[in-house]
Design a protein around this ligand. Structure first.
Ligand code: ADP
Ligand code: MG
Length: 385
């Protein structure tokens, strides 16, 4: 799960990670009110949308007067941020963060992420932070340092000092940096994050370290123990289908293709997508109904597949714990409820397969039943071509 910069900064503040005061506005008038509250000489108006690279896409603007704040907010609210991260469609901006402009001496990159190789949290840092960090990572990777943290020992002061030295943080700022990094680590662990990123972390002209951007992502599988984090969810920023799927505990990801897939088990779902691809088709989604699918869940899953992009549906179920008759019942209920307007190819095998097949047969629905995955995928691809 992702949150906005302003929410990340609120978390930073509550964990003692030095950041800035700021307020969120949905209109240009509100933006002016926010600016007045700050009592600073210059402002920055920042698009709040779940994507990075806002600066380069025109979503971060400096304002020297209240009139400029109003003009900047007017420009940004309602704009579409378009960059590599958002795709061609872009991301609609619904609100802005109004904060004080900082006199920046130097920009650093600092993050904590999960490192699969060392199976630990890793500190990633660079003295070349700011909006060019992706370019730096691609062309001068030696400027980015990585320091894994032992999950048993936790983050030690000497590691923070090592990172500080490597990226060029000196003098009194080293202590400040150590405190900041340890607090970031605490946030990461306590809230089950998958990423805590500050880019840029700045050294101000006044000699202080400050997080002026913030990105925090969470491990979806741990959200059940963080209702405070779930409350930060912004449905406007999320794919409505993925939101609906989450409500039913379905693992669903929207894709660009035309074949809707309903599969049990992530591995089988991947294999199904691969075989569709091998026959020259493209999946419209990844959908794993899980091992404990109930009729309600299958019905919800099937409804998710009813999309204007979907030209054929491929159901591929290998009944182990989940029973084929339960799946078949769900399909029949959902197909009758939403109306089946595209060809439905079903491959069922495993527990209660005969019962499942007869439920489908007796339903009167036009279903193409296949015995193996290969012929099912081939059939589905034929329908979309
Ligand atoms: P993004 O990463 O989405 O482009 P950032 O918040 O990192 O957005 O802003 C982009 C750049 O704008 C920063 O690298 C920094 O140079 C400048 N910037 C952002 N906020 C401020 C601020 N409060 N004061 C001064 N400069 C800022
Ligand atoms: Mg940034």
């Amino acid at each position: 799960m992702k949150i906005h910069e302003y929410q990340a900064k609120e978390l930073f503040a509550s964990y003692g990670v030095a950041t800035q005061e700021g307020y969120v506005a949905y209109t240009k008038e509100e933006a002016v009110e926010c600016a007045k509250k700050l009592g600073v000489e210059a402002y920055v108006v920042k698009a709040q949308a779940h994507c990075g690279g806002r600066g380069k896409a025109g979503g971060v603007k400096l304002a020297r007067t209240l009139a400029e704040v109003e003009a900047a907010a007017d420009k940004i609210i309602g704009m579409r941020l378009i960059n590599k991260q958002t795709g061609a469609e872009g991301k609609l901006v619904r609100k802005v963060l109004v904060t004080g402009a900082v006199n920046i001496k130097k920009e650093f990159y600092l993050s904590l992420a999960i490192d699969n190789e060392t199976a630990s949290i890793v500190i990633i840092a660079s003295g070349a932070g700011g909006t060019e960090i992706e370019e730096i990572a691609a062309t001068k990777p030696e400027l980015i340092i990585k320091q894994p943290v032992s999950p048993i020992n936790g983050l030690r002061d000497y590691q923070a000092r090592y990172v500080a030295a490597k990226i060029g943080i000196e003098g009194a700022n080293v202590k400040e940096f150590t405190v900041m990094l340890k607090n970031m680590y605490k946030l990461f662990v306590e809230k089950d994050c998958s990423l805590v990123e500050i880019n840029p972390l700045v050294l101000t002209d006044e000699g202080k370290l400050l997080a002026i951007d913030g990105k925090v992502n969470f491990d979806d599988n741990a959200l059940f123990r963080h209702p405070d984090i779930v409350a930060l969810r912004d449905p406007d920023e999320e794919n409505p289908k993925e939101c609906e799927a989450a409500k039913h505990d379905l693992n669903y990801v929207s894709l660009d293709g035309t074949i809707g897939c309903m599969v049990n088990g992530a591995g089988l779902a991947m294999a199904t997508m691969d075989i569709i691809h091998a026959f020259g088709g493209e999946p419209a989604n990844f959908l794993d109904v899980g091992g404990t699918a109930t009729t309600e869940r299958v019905t919800a899953a099937f409804k998710l597949l009813s999309d204007k992009n979907v030209k054929a549906i491929l159901v591929n179920i290998f009944g182990g714990i989940v029973k084929c008759d339960v799946i078949a019942e769900g399909i029949v209920i959902a197909a009758k409820e939403v109306g089946l307007s595209v060809p439905l190819v079903v491959r069922l095998d495993g527990t209660n397969v005969e019962k499942g097949k007869s439920i489908l047969k007796e339903s009167g629905l036009k279903i193409y039943a296949c015995d193996d995955l290969r012929s099912a995928a081939k059939k589905a691809v034929e329908f979309v071509h």
